[in-house]
Design a binder for this molecule. Structure first.
Ligand code: HEM
Length: 162
């Protein structure tokens, strides 16, 4: 690992808040539960809109309407997931920074998923108006679905890879 990245990892995991999380029997599981709650809301609301783009669900609630209705919960979920994720990361930052599954999750899959998610939220009104772009909407929804499933797969693999 690059020296400055390793130094950052050791610096972060020795901050008082990181040491307090690591040193307590109940704070770490609480932070874990926070991360899981946030990511459940984030991924759950994303999947609902992606499936709607693919044509699943009630036809009376088109993807744009669903995306607008879930918008606030969607980003609240993301904020909670990122806060919990950062706190989990801070406990063993130097180790996570050498973990290929963590680096793939955070360095590639989460940024890709996030960019596509923002594109979908911005393009949804256009797609709603034009029937021609519906194949584009389906492709975007399907790709986003795959990306968040890949994020979860990479996250689950973190403890099993070096
Ligand atoms: C927003 C999208 C995210 C999703 C869908 C996600 C998903 C997950 C899942 C499913 C796990 C559980 C792995 C397991 O215990 O089997 C996990 C753990 C974890 N996540 Fe996230 N995560 C997200 C964002 C983040 C962010 C932004 C960070 C860091 C800044 C992060 C850091 C971590 C860490 C450190 C763990 C614990 C890994 C371990 O040691 O087992 N996550 N994440």
């Amino acid at each position: 690992m690059d020296g400055s990245l390793a130094n950052f990892g050791y610096w972060l995991q020795n901050r008082p808040f990181a040491l307090a999380i690591a040193g307590s029997d109940w704070v770490y599981p609480f932070v874990q539960a926070t991360h899981f709650t946030g990511l459940s809301v984030w991924v759950g609301t994303n999947i609902a809109v992606d499936l709607s783009l693919l044509g699943a669900g009630k036809k009376s609630t088109p993807p744009l309407q669903l995306s607008d209705a879930l918008f606030i919960w969607n980003w609240i979920g993301f904020a909670i997931a990122v806060t919990g994720g950062f706190l989990l990361f801070s406990v063993s930052a130097a180790t996570y920074l050498t973990n290929i599954a963590f680096l793939t999750k955070l360095g590639i899959l989460v940024p890709l998923g996030l960019v596509l998610h923002i594109v979908i939220q911005r393009k949804a009104p256009e797609w709603e108006k034009s029937q021609e772009t519906s194949s584009m909407a389906k492709l975007a929804g399907f790709t986003e679905l795959l990306l968040w499933l890949s994020v979860i797969t990479a996250a689950v693999l973190i403890p099993y890879v070096g």
